[in-house]
Design a protein. Structure first.
Length: 302
């Protein structure tokens, strides 16, 4: 029993998916968080750190830029804690995620889709400006705040280590802000430096195109600017995945395993399917399924 919905964040299950590989690979179903994604962890952690340090006080508005899920998580935690919430997002954000934000009572500002996050019209720049103009506001700033990675260092990392009884050999996650792969990667490498940490990026992102980004359709992932949240020292490889491969991997897993992941889960599943054949017998992989395909049904042609 929980007094508040955010007390139910975390402790998500690992479920096996069989790839063409001698290794055992499990998906961590982050869509089982109460707000429906891995971002419940970062939103809750960053809000509570800000409350503890006095950066967030009663009566304040929480403002952040989000491709959708961090916004939804902030809106959920904000509703349960009694804060006003403003979320800036892009026109790429699915209709389902926009309506979820509004259902939780958030004010939503939809910004044009631009290739670079440092463009003054980007959803990130707009949120920074709104935060600067309102002295009674707090911006978690997931793209620049290392507490984003710390949230995963303190929650997802230890959970995965415990769930696999320390036997994990490979960790796979999609990278957007890079909080997940950095925080979990740091935790796991400190436990055993031989664990391989592999991130998947959108093929057309700022990072994977070496500074010449092009439009891409996957939501939630894609390293779109230089960020202190990317802890390169704990990451062995960053592998690009195309829109087509990511979208194409969702339905086969849903119809075979009953696990309907979202767009980044599709990218992770595709990336792992390509990586898994070279893993050795006895290896144990964990991959993050960040949210549910239910948030994108209007974009998926099944
Ligand atoms: C569904 C989903 N998967 C993956 C990611 C990427 O996680 P991170 O921002 O920790 O790199 C996000 C980020 O918003 C997301 O919403």
């Amino acid at each position: 029993m929980h007094e508040k919905v955010f007390n139910a964040v975390g402790s998500t299950p690992l479920v096996r998916i069989h790839f063409d590989s001698p290794a055992a690979i499990y998906a961590k179903l982050e869509y089982m968080n109460p707000g429906g994604s891995l971002k419940d962890r970062t939103a809750l952690y960053m809000i509570e750190q800000a409350e503890k340090s006095g950066r967030l006080k009663k009566g304040y508005t929480i403002i952040d830029a989000s491709s959708g899920n961090q916004g939804i998580a902030i809106a959920m935690v904000g509703a349960a804690k009694g804060y006003k919430v403003v979320i800036t997002t892009t026109e790429k954000c699915s209709e389902e995620k926009l309506k979820t934000l509004k259902a939780f009572g958030a004010q939503v500002v939809v910004c044009p889709y631009v290739d670079r996050m440092d463009d003054p019209n980007s959803y990130h720049s707009v949120a920074v400006r709104m935060n600067r103009e309102n002295p009674k506001s707090f911006m978690p700033n997931q793209y620049m705040n290392v507490e984003n990675a710390e949230a995963h260092y303190h929650t997802s990392g230890p959970e995965i280590w415990k769930q696999t009884k320390g036997k994990i050999t490979h960790f796979f996650a999609a990278a957007g802000t890079c909080g997940t792969v950095s925080g979990v990667g740091k935790y796991l490498k400190e436990k055993d430096k031989n664990i391989k940490v592999i991130a998947f990026d959108a093929k057309n992102s700022y990072y994977s195109t070496k500074g010449n980004p092009k439009h891409y359709k996957i939501e939630g992932m894609g390293i779109d600017f230089d960020t202190p949240v990317l802890y390169k020292e704990y990451i062995d490889e960053i592998i690009p995945v195309s829109d087509e491969d990511a979208f194409g991997a969702i339905k086969p897993i849903a119809s075979k395993y009953g696990i309907l992941g979202g767009l980044s889960s599709g990218a992770v599943a595709y990336g792992v399917s390509q990586y898994a054949p070279k893993m050795l017998e006895g290896s144990l992989g964990v991959m993050i399924f960040g949210d549910s395909g239910r948030a994108y049904l209007s974009k998926l042609n099944f």
